[in-house]
Each structure stands twice: as structure tokens, then as C-alpha cells.
Ligand binder design. Structure first.
Ligand code: SF4
Length: 450
């Protein structure tokens, strides 16, 4: 009699880095013959990959564990909040196992204990590029774990450890497998992408007969040979970032930089323990835009940080006006369990935080609206994400999935996700654009140098 195929469900919370951890766990389990279930009742065991960053994320993680326990009963917890097993067991004592971030082996062992694998693992069930939870036309490419910085509001270095870069040949090999499997856009992620390779002494690795340095420029240049969209996230404005801007201007990688500035006031940046020279950063942004006028800059900020005065906030608003960022996210400061910032004096009142958040987001929206209006009448390349009976929805080169704007193409129902088209922009509002397809862009071939 055939043994029933064991089934695993997963709930993946938190950031894109946690999503990559979930993908790695699923890839391992699928290689061992497990099936993946999309529902609680169809699964023999459920993995909850938690986020432990903000207090609100911890509450959401505990809620998700409770829901999985109520719906399924067999629950394995992993991820950032897993580093605090006592807090999880205090609320949910019946979880089967708890492990911290990127402890893939511990999760797989806990799954084995809960529901043993088949005797004959079906390796062929796993595609060579691994399993992905994102739509198949884009994928996250995680280049390192951990972080060497010590921002006072953050406990990532404590839970994920210092910077640990993946060797360049591993990263490029994964990127190439993804491109061969049909991925059209790679989103490069880490905690600090500009620091890539520092811990490996920027060692060289072989790829297609050439030596590539394990650093941001080497990585961006080599990924640019794949012939697909490549987008850089979590880049810090260090001087060597200047080197990737000409690659953007030449069309090798997308003219897009996600730089988490967090604030602009020197006092607040100092309290955050982050580099505090935003005037230099403004000059750098100006020079980048001279080299690559198409460059879109996305950033995130924290308002209401302990000690932030009205003057500090005005400083931030003035800086935002000068920097003219294309895409902006903003968080109201929250304590993070174990972070040094919790002990700082002069925490900002919640109403004040809310008021500053609204003022900031309104200013950012106006900037985006004005920058969007300059695109009306121009032609831009758009990658398609979704198609339904009303038309297609895609993104421009200035828009990363999940976090940025969209391009709406009404009536265009013959496209498929991953198609790249040229759109004439007819209207713009806030972060979104509307337009009409004028041409289809043929996929590019890889241009490996030998
Ligand atoms: S750069 Fe700062 S905020 Fe980002 S992970 Fe490192 S310590 Fe945390």
C-alpha cells in the first residue's frame, strides 16, 4: 500500500529576508518528498516563520501561532521571534519546537519528528532553482545574513549575528538558475547590501570563465549580464556605491536604489547610532542623478524617535524636500524588545508621533505626485505582475513589488505576468501611473563574458 505523502503548511511573516528563509526550508522539505499544503486542515504540521522586530510584529507572530494551533494543532515555530522561546512558550506552551532565524536544520528535524519523511524522497520534485513563495516572474536573491552595524533601535545584529556574506559564485549560480527557470526580475536583499563581501575580504570567485569580486560592484556587474531586471535593496550611501550608478546608466541593472535613510537630523541620527552627514548624502544624490537621470530612490524613515524635537522633525522635512525622493515609507517609532533605544530619554508622545507621521507622508506623497506628473506623455518600460478581465497591472523600473507604486494598463488582457512592455503614460496620481502599451520588449539573452 502506498504511504500517504506527508504535508507541511507554512505561515511566513515579516520581511523579505524571512521569506527567503521560508523558501529554503520548503525547498529542503520538498526534496525529502513532503508536499506543501496551502491550508491548515490539509497539512499534517504547520511551520510559523515569525518576525520579532517591533513589539507589534511580535504580537502578530503570537497571534499567527495561536491561529495555527487552533486550526491545525501541530505547530513548529521558527524565525526572529524564535530567539525568545520563553516568550512564545509563555503564551503557547503546546508548540512542538521553537528555533531562531535561519536555523533550517532545526526546523527540518522538528518536521521529521512530527511527521516522518517518505522512505523514497522524490528529489525530482524540486526544481534546480529551489522553491519560491513569490510569483514566478520575480524572486528575492539573498546575498548575506547579519549586520556589522549597531543602530540603537535594532536587534538584528543580536538575533542574526554579524555580516556573513555568501560567496559570489554561490550567489551568481543561484541567480543564473532563477533566470533559466523564467524569473524576469531579481530583487537583491540583505541587511546591508553595500557591505557585501567585507567579511570575505572581497575575495574573487569564478563565474563563466572570469573572476568576479565579492563586492557590490562585482555582483551588480555580473548580475547585469543575465539579461533580466536586477533591483538593489538596502543599500547604504557609502562612497563605493557611486560605482554602481554608471551600471544603471548603461542599463545593466535597474536605475533604482533602496536606501533606508531613517532620518536627516544630526541629533536623531546620532541617537540612532547611524552616520550623520546628510549634507554629504544630498551632494551624493545630486551627483548620482547627474550620471543617471532616470535613477529612482526609495527610502524608509522613522519619525517620533526618542528625543526627536519639532526642530529635528523640521530638519527632516526640509531634507526630504531637497532630496526629492521618489518612493518613501515611514514608521512611527516603536520600542523593540532588547534594543538600546528603549532606554533613551524623552520618548515622543503617541499623538505627536501620529501627527508627524501624517505630515511626513503627505509631503512625500506630494513629491511623488509631482515626479509622477513629469512622466505623463513619456514612454517607459513596465513589467507585468497581474492580468485580469479588466486589463493588466505592472510596475515601472522605479517600482519594487509590494512596496512601491503600480502601472495600470486598462483593456490589455493578452499579456502574461513577466512580460515587459513599453507603455505610453497617460495619467499619474500619487505613486501610480496609467497608460497604454505601444510595444512589447523581447527578452534579452545573457551576455556572459568569457
Ligand atoms: S543597518 Fe542598522 S537597522 Fe539595519 S540591520 Fe544593521 S543594525 Fe539593524
Amino acid at each position: 500500500m502506498n504511504q500517504p505523502v506527508p504535508k507541511v503548511g507554512i505561515v511566513s511573516l515579516g520581511c523579505s529576508k524571512a521569506l527567503v528563509d521560508s523558501e529554503r526550508i520548503l525547498t529542503r522539505l520538498r526534496a525529502e518528498g513532503y508536499d506543501i499544503s496551502g491550508s491548515y486542515d490539509g497539512a499534517d504540521v504547520v511551520i510559523v516563520n515569525t518576525c520579532g522586530f517591533l513589539d507589534s510584529a511580535r504580537a502578530e507572530s503570537l497571534e499567527a501561532i495561536g491561529e495555527a494551533l487552533a486550526e491545525n494543532g501541530k505547530v513548529i515555530v521558527t524565525g526572529c521571534m524564535g530567539g525568545d522561546e520563553a516568550a512564545i512558550r509563555a503564551v503557547h506552551p503546546s508548540v512542538l519546537a521553537v528555533s531562531g532565524p535561519h536555523q533550517y536544520q532545526a526546523v527540518v528535524e522538528a518536521v521529521h519528528a512530527a511527521i516522518p519523511p517518505l522512505h523514497d524522497p522524490k528529489m525530482a520534485l524540486v526544481p534546480p532553482e529551489g522553491l519560491h513563495l513569490t510569483p514566478s516572474h520575480y524572486a528575492y536573491l539573498k546575498i548575506s545574513e547579519g549586520c556589522n552595524n549597531s543602530c540603537s533601535f535594532c536587534i538584528i545584529p543580536e538575533i542574526r549575528g554579524p555580516l556573513a556574506s555568501r560567496p559570489i559564485a554561490d550567489v551568481l549560480g543561484e541567480a543564473e538558475r532563477l533566470a533559466l527557470a523564467g524569473v524576469k526580475e531579481l530583487l537583491v536583499i540583505s541587511q546591508d547590501t553595500s557591505a557585501y563581501g567585507l567579511d570575505l575580504g572581497y575575495a574573487e570567485g569564478g563565474w563563466h570563465g572570469r573572476q568576479v569580486k565579492t563586492n557590490l560592484t562585482g555582483l551588480a556587474d555580473a548580475l547585469g549580464d543575465l539579461g533580466i531586471w536586477v533591483r538593489l535593496h538596502y543599500v547604504y550611501p557609502y562612497p563605493h556605491v557611486d560605482e554602481v550608478i554608471p551600471l544603471m546608466a548603461a542599463g545593466k541593472i535597474l536605475p533604482y536604489l533602496d536606501i533606508p535613510f531613517q532620518h536627516a537630523s544630526p541629533n536623531v541620527l546620532k541617537a540612532m547610532r547611524r552616520p550623520a552627514n546628510q549634507d554629504k548624502v544630498l551632494n551624493r544624490i545630486r551627483s548620482w542623478r547627474e550620471v543617471c537621470p532616470e535613477l529612482a530612490i526609495r527610502s524608509t524613515f522613522i519619525v517620533g524617535f526618542p528625543g526627536e524635537t519639532e526642530e529635528d522633525f523640521d530638519n527632516l522635512m526640509g531634507w526630504l524636500e531637497e532630496a526629492q525622493l521618489d518612493r518613501v515609507g515611514c514608521f512611527k517609532y516603536e520600542n523593540v524588545k532588547g534594543a538600546p533605544a528603549n532606554a533613551l530619554a524623552d520618548h515622543v508622545d503617541e499623538d505627536e508621533k501620529e501627527e508627524r507621521h501624517q505630515r511626513f507622508m503627505e509631503a512625500a506623497r506630494q513629491i511623488a505626485d509631482e515626479r509622477g506628473a513629469t512622466k505623463v506623455g513619456t514612454r517607459i518600460e513596465v513589467i507585468i505582475d497581474e492580468v485580469d478581465e479588466e486589463g493588466a497591472i505592472g510596475r515601472s523600473k522605479a517600482d519594487s513589488p509590494e512596496v512601491d507604486g503600480a502601472v495600470f494598463i486598462n483593456g490589455e488582457t493578452d499579456l502574461v505576468p513577466g512580460d515587459v512592455v513599453v507603455v505610453e503614460v497617460e495619467a499619474a496620481e500619487d505613486y501610480d501611473l496609467w497608460g497604454e502599451v505601444v510595444a512589447k520588449v523581447e527578452p534579452k539573452r545573457p551576455t556572459f563574458r568569457r
